[in-house]
Design a protein around this ligand. Sequence first.
Ligand SMILES: Cc1cc2nc3c(=O)[nH]c(=O)nc-3n(C[C@H](O)[C@H](O)[C@H](O)COP(=O)(O)OP(=O)(O)OC[C@H]3O[C@@H](n4cnc5c(N)ncnc54)[C@H](O)[C@@H]3O)c2cc1C
Length: 439
Amino acid sequence: MSSFEHLHLEIPKSDKQRIVIIGGGFGGIQLVKTLQKSNFQIVLLDRHNYHTFQPLLYQVATAGLEPDSIAGALRQLFARHKDFYFRMARVTGIDSERKVIKTLVGELEYDLLVIANGSKTNYFGDKEMYNRTFPMKQIPQALDLRSHMLQNFEQTVLSKEDEEKDRLTNFVIVGGGPTGVEVAGALGELKKHVLPNDYPDIDFDIMKLHLVDAGPRLLAGMSEKSSAKAELYLKDFDVDVRLNTRLVSYDGRDVVLTDGTVIPAKTVIWAAGVTGNIMDGLPKESIGGGRIIVNEFNEVKGLQDVFALGDIAGMYTAQTPKGHPMVAPVAIQQATNLGKNLMRAQKGKSLKPFVYKDKGSMATIGRNRAVVDLPKFHFGGLFAWMVWMFIHLMSIVGFRNRLVILANWVWNYLTYDRGTRLIIRTFVRNKDYKPGDTL
Ligand SMILES: Cc1cc2nc3c(=O)[nH]c(=O)nc-3n(C[C@H](O)[C@H](O)[C@H](O)COP(=O)(O)OP(=O)(O)OC[C@H]3O[C@@H](n4cnc5c(N)ncnc54)[C@H](O)[C@@H]3O)c2cc1C
């Protein structure tokens, strides 16, 4: 038992039913918005005090955007909401019999509980990969990768050994989904247009980008046409795309692939997939396929008054035997439907099952290039890239963020420059500090 479990999260008592929402991600914030005028008390919990716009994390990692512009402070987002409470708290478990959730800062009772805590990087149980590779799921992780990458180039300038230079400038990206493809494209862009100006002492022919995927094609969730185009675009950036290939081992120095290739690399980016953030206290029957099993009303199997939505929710039906894809529109649409259903239920009205409206998917690969799949047709190139930019700009939380991102993109486009190539590592206090020491 953690020492905080006896503590209690103080939220004012109310005559209204209390809905506790775990997670201020795409689903969580959409649910709060949908319930704004409802007759519920809303409590939103998140381990961070901000919402993360994950689709642009790779731009933070590759020094294209500063972290603040892809985050939205949760308190500010809902400052005008009545009967709304935000608490920054990491939820550790659920006690559905007592109708409480457990957090690192105390327990909280709920009348209705919505689990929207998303997914986490899937290392498939491999602790070595967890310890040695770079994930890209949270802002601190993206910033860490940015600093690491830039530190590698600084070291390359200093290094006198060719093998070490190779190791410092090689990048291996594991996973050819949208994240892997977009990171590879952004690194290709850096190599071609940006880094040679910063580091004139480095011959950038030595910087090699490798993208490894176990499947037969990139962007497996998209059309074959888009997969083929994405591969072509990446090859223009000299990205070495290796399909039907897995990473066998990585000791922090050398990557070994299933085809026997050994790549010396200090940077391995793990974009091989995600799995549900399952928390303690859920009955076994509620969990399946790495997610929480829900019905078409987002009700959790085997539990009363508990719902789940977004990445964490496995809505397994005859039409969706593997559940819905783990993408933002699913989380947003489920949150809208659930919010409306909760209000309908309060008024004694019947509930509507969730139906996903798939409006399409897209991925970008460097400047001027993207692939877009709409339900009826696919396209790529410059127009796709403009569609990609427009959709992402309109989806980002906050008007200020939109302006900052637009300004950054215009600047990057016109100047081939990127404004945030800073190495910023965690501040570590000197334990042996004595007054008078130079700081
Ligand atoms: C790099 C990357 C790129 C992506 N690109 C796209 C894209 O281009 N298009 C697209 O549609 N989708 C994309 N996705 C997927 C999309 O981001 C997710 O499908 C979406 O975020 C799911 O929304 P959600 O509300 O379920 O979870 P999330 O948005 O992940 O939100 C979960 C929230 O729960 C919080 N949380 C987690 N655990 C706890 C805990 N124990 N206690 C308290 N709070 C907790 C987290 O801090 C987070 O705020 C991308 C994902 C990644 C990682």
